[in-house]
Ligand binder design. Sequence first.
Ligand code: PLP
Length: 449
Amino acid sequence: AQLPNSLEARDSAVQLHSYADARLQEETGALVIDRGEGIYVEDINGKRYIEGMAGLWSVAVGFGEKRLVDVAARQMEKLPYYHTFTYKTHGPSIELAEKLIEMAPVPMSKVYFTNSGSEANDTAIKLIWYRSNALGQPQRKKIISRVRGYHGVTLASASLTGLPNNHRSFDLPIPQVLHTTCPHYRSMKKDGESEAAFAKRCARDLEDMILAEGPDTIAAFFAEPVMGAGGVIVPPEGYWAAVQPVLKKYGILFVADEVICGFGRTGNMFGTQTYDLQPDMMTLSKALSSSYQPISALLINDDVYQPIADESHRIGVLGHGYTGSGHPVAAAVALENLKIIEERDLVGNVRAIAPLFQKRLAGLAENPLVVETRGIGLIGAAELSHETLAATPGALGAKTNATFQEKGLISRNMGDAMAFCPPLIITEAQVNEMFDIAQSSLDAIAQSL
Ligand code: PLP
């Protein structure tokens, strides 16, 4: 129960929370976090938690990084705000754009700044449509993404997202967006189908959809290299090698949503490198600034850029932009954050720590409640059995989440899949600490059922 006038009660009185049952939220109240240091956060009662999700898959360099605080303060004093509309710009946005083009794993031509992953994907769709019009192909507007993909929550990006909760009661998706097969082998395979055969079937399903719709109506395909919020779905062996030629064959643009995978998570700077992808556009956010400031970026190659430039020249304007696009404080923080990621070789840390992380994750499968573990680099999930707890999907996940939290670990249950995605600075001892809590919690739950 919430004490009158407590922060919990005041929160319940005034805030509508994302991804919560509002009535339940009113009753139970939220966990009030007060401060953070490294991989840990502390609530207002002084209880410490391992932030096993790096916030929302995002705080790569950990909490309390003084260099980011200092750079933000310096930029606030010098120029707290300026925009990048019309023919204006400023140093931090230029430097960050240069840095992203230099870091990009495939040749990219231009950077467009936005404030969230949703806006980056939304902007990608708008520029793809603008480009189709510029090329005299007004019929080429359909976009394909995947069931269980997650790309955000604005009207267009929520439509790309392939999860029922983001569509139901919102009258989404918009009709231009179609969803193809989710590459989750265990739940989607047919009887006796090998992983390799399943990967090929996913590519065939995509091609069948393209042919049924008419190839000249399909503009782009959006996908995360590894699906995150859909349950951490690691693609089966051969999946990307089978899917990419289909896109090439029909001249369909490939947008890699690197919002979670970008900046080290999978053991390379980008998921694009881990899976040998050739995207035409990339969307970046989260670890771009370690979420110390809201910022995101859309990278486009020259083949995408040139028709857009022609169209803006023809009509005299690119009629799109956000007040906060390339915000100088956010850009300065992102630049410093990328410097830290490089100087401390956090990608090297992911590679060094991943074997233990993946071994401890796989070890959770010894618990009878765990039906599958999956992961790569420093991201993973443990899927719990639906059959427990009166077969209500998500009930066991929610209970497990609460037990983890009680024992000092913040995870996130995506239905019955428990996610693990800690800051990239995590040490081996801390990986053990995290999975010790997960394991003992699951053991206690299994015994209690
Ligand atoms: N794309 C991916 C892969 C994400 O995981 C997310 C957020 O979790 C988004 C896009 C949307 O980002 P935002 O919440 O900043 O709008």
